[in-house]
Design a protein around this ligand. Structure first.
Ligand code: FES
Length: 240
């Protein structure tokens, strides 16, 4: 570690590592990412390349965060001024500017999640991890809790994002169970905890359960059954 450089008005200076270099896995991912951008427009890849740097820190140290030297490496690889990389990294909450736990519990408390019980989810997270305040890390170093704005999955509220995965339709008990599974080193499947299919209504479809009365223009056999003349099975087609 070198100096403890404060960045963007952070109250507590963060000990910074002296070096960062992209490893082979990251360099391959950067090559694939930059190939999607026109020549000379590499700076547009700053968000995904910052992610690549943050993921490498998580892989190597167990804590996905962005020290200054990693942001500098991003600036070098994209041939852009360091300050422009700092501006992006300090704007978006998904970039961690200080070390965090292995599991980043990002709890949405915006109105739809709050109305659907995010207070109980927060309480369960605090109870299961022993964390008292936001942006704190548990004593065992496994969990960091952050309060976030709408995660764009309100229909399945309340939501907790853990690292890159969404856990949905949570309540107090299912949140406790989720955190205990993570503590055991398991990888619980993301998605609804209420048995919902994606964002379909709980309990199954409530509308369009029948295709009757769709009007005179809809063929009687709509939708066509798979394997019929109107919806042939491609495997059986005689394509020359
Ligand atoms: S309000 Fe929580 S996901 Fe939108």
């Amino acid at each position: 570690m070198t100096d403890q450089t404060p960045l963007n008005g952070q109250a507590v200076p963060v000990p910074q590592p002296a070096h960062f270099a992209f490893d082979e896995e990251s360099r391959a991912e950067i090559d694939r990412t930059l190939a999607k951008y026109p020549p000379g427009k590499q700076a547009s890849a700053v968000l995904p390349v910052l992610y690549i740097a943050q993921r490498q820190m998580g892989r190597v140290t167990g804590s996905p965060w962005l020290p200054l030297v990693a942001m500098d490496a991003v600036a070098d690889v994209l041939s852009m001024p360091k300050i422009r990389v700092y501006e992006v990294a300090t704007f978006y909450t998904m970039f961690n500017l200080r070390p965090i736990g292995r599991y980043h519990l990002q709890i949405c408390t915006t109105t739809p999640c709050w109305l659907r019980g995010s207070d109980a989810v927060v309480a369960a997270c605090r109870r299961a991890t022993g964390i008292k305040g936001w942006h704190e890390t548990s004593a065992d170093g496994l969990f960091t809790m952050s309060e976030v704005e709408c995660l764009g999955a309100c229909v399945n509220a309340p939501i907790v994002q853990v690292n890159d995965d969404f856990y949905e339709d949570l309540d107090h008990d299912s949140t406790l169970a989720l955190i205990e599974a993570l503590r055991r080193g398991e990888a619980p499947p993301p998605g609804s905890r209420a048995g919902r299919q994606n964002s379909a209504p709980t309990g199954g479809p409530a509308t369009l359960t029948t295709l009757e009365n769709l009007g005179p223009d809809v063929p009687a056999d709509h939708p066509p059954a798979f394997g019929t003349a109107r919806y042939p099975n491609p495997a059986t087609l005689d394509v020359k």
